[in-house]
Design a protein around this ligand. Structure first.
Ligand SMILES: C[S@@+](CC[C@H](N)C(=O)[O-])C[C@H]1O[C@@H](n2cnc3c(N)ncnc32)[C@H](O)[C@@H]1O
Length: 299
């Protein structure tokens, strides 16, 4: 894990939108490998405060160590928590409201390569839980859910147009044997949709199904909605919320929330996307969409 680096996506653009100032309080709701957290602390020096959280305990430990090496302890607090509980985390950190929040959704390169089942090359357990306290794994979904349920997950969360076909093959396969590893599942998916590449970008045929399973295992849409619903109660006037999404469903939730909420001034009429250079240097950034809005306190 130590050898793998996570390159933060659209860091410069996000930080510019957040407009970091000293004497202010910020939340990094998806601390990951600490790339955003580190820059927020640098730019808010000498007295800005950061509340960082992540639902993956490994990420929390990693970020704590990283920040402790570079910043005074009194300037940051790191929590093992879900961003859907952001209000109670802010209270536990000793504050009521904050001046900016960033979410960089999904998983980091460290997690992708961690052998916890996120990568379709993994040969270990088909897990995919970001928080290992979670009850359901990808193994449970593919081996025990009904065909319609699997097909709905692939369609709703992964926009997988071969969802029915893949679900049918999964059911046929598991009559003979449980699907045990990510590699086994990705081969099964490839076999069920043949060489038809998934979309114009020629991504691996298993990409959309793996994304969909990860979203389902980790209740990603539900947590994002709960987070958005809490924003009004935890933001100071003028506070900026910056959200980086990596697939259309997630981006749509953010877009509609800002659009339908008169308490927010939209700062990105269209979502910002990574530059050609960034995509070339970090292909993982290719699907990123960045939206930001500032909070207008009506009182
Ligand atoms: C793309 S990474 C963030 C990388 C980070 N911005 C950086 O620069 O290193 C996303 C992180 O969000 C975390 N995460 C995903 N869903 C979460 C949730 N609901 N609550 C808290 N953290 C979450 C993941 O564990 C992962 O570490």
């Amino acid at each position: 894990m130590d050898n793998i680096e996570h390159i933060p996506v659209m860091l410069k653009e996000s930080i510019e939108l957040l407009n970091i100032k000293q004497s202010s309080i910020y939340v990094d709701g998806t601390a990951g490998a600490g790339g955003f957290s580190e820059v927020i602390l640098k730019l808010s020096a000498p007295d800005g405060v950061l509340i960082a959280l992540d639902s993956d305990e490994n990420a929390v430990n990693y970020v704590k160590l990283k920040l402790e090496k570079k910043f005074e302890k009194k300037r940051f607090k790191v929590f093992h928590s879900n961003f859907s509980d952001v209000d109670s985390v802010i209270r536990d950190a000793g504050f009521e409201k904050v001046d900016g929040i960033v979410l960089d959704l999904g998983i980091s390169s460290i997690q992708l390569e961690s052998g916890r089942g996120f990568s379709f090359k993994d040969e270990g357990y088909l897990d995919m839980r970001i928080n290992t306290d979670g009850k359901t794994t990808a193994f449970d979904i593919v081996n025990y859910y009904r065909e319609e349920e699997i097909s709905d997950i692939l369609w709703n969360y992964g926009d997988e147009r071969f969802s029915r076909k893949i679900a049918k093959k999964i059911i046929e396969y598991r009559k003979k044997k449980l699907i045990e590893t990510p590699l086994e599942l990705s081969k099964l998916i490839k076999n069920s949709i043949g060489c038809r590449q998934n979309g114009r970008n020629k991504i691996d045929p298993a990409t959309r199904s793996f994304l969909a399973l990860r979203i389902a295992v980790n209740n990603e849409y539900e947590y994002l909605m709960r987070f958005l619903d809490k924003l009004k109660n935890i933001l100071n006037h003028g506070a900026v919320v910056c959200i980086l999404a990596f697939h259309s469903g997630e981006d749509r939730l953010v877009k509609n929330f800002f659009k339908n909420n008169k308490d927010f001034h939209i700062m990105t009429k269209k979502p910002l996307v990574p530059s050609f250079e960034e995509i070339k240097a970090n292909p993982r950034s290719r699907s990123a969409k960045l939206r930001a809005a500032s909070f207008i306190c009506q009182k």
